[in-house]
Design a protein. Sequence first.
Length: 173
Amino acid sequence: MSIKSEGEVGKYKVRLVAKGFLHKVGLDYNQVFAPDAKIETIRLVIGVAIFRGWSLHQLDVKSAYLNGSLQEEVYVCQPPGFEVTGHENKVYKLKKALYGLKQVPRGWNRRIYCFLLQLDFNKCTIEYGVYVKATAENKVEYLAPGSVIVFRRAPPFQYTPTWPSGTWCRMVK
C-alpha cells in the first residue's frame, strides 16, 4: 500500500512474488544464469568514456523482470488468503514472469540479446554482459544491459575502430 504525505492510504498495491527459496536445483528449474557486466568492466568503460570526453547516458528498465516472458511451463500455488473456494488444491499456470522467479533474468537476457543483435551490436566474448557497436560515422557504442549503461563517441577527431588481439573485448556475432 502507498501512503500519501498526509498519512492517508493512497492506494493498495498487490503483487505476486515467487518464493525463490523453494526451488530445488535440477528439479524445478534449469539454466537460470543470466550474464551481467562485472563492476570492474563497468568502471573501466566509464573511465575510458571520461578520459576520452565521450558522452555518457544511463537507462534503467525498472519493469524488466516484472514483464518478462517465459519459455518454460511454470506453476505456482495460490497465494495465502487468496485461495479460490472449492479449488484450494489447484495451482496457477503463469503466462508472464513473476518478480523473484529464478528463470526471469535468463529470459530478460535472451530478449535483450536478440534485440541488440537486430541493432548490429556484437557480444563481447570475454565479458558476456557487454555489447559493442562500431558504426561508419566513427561512433563507438557500449552497452552493459545489467545496469544498463550506454555511451557513444561523436567524431571530434578521426577514429578508425580496430580491435587488435589482446584488447579487453573481442567481437563475435
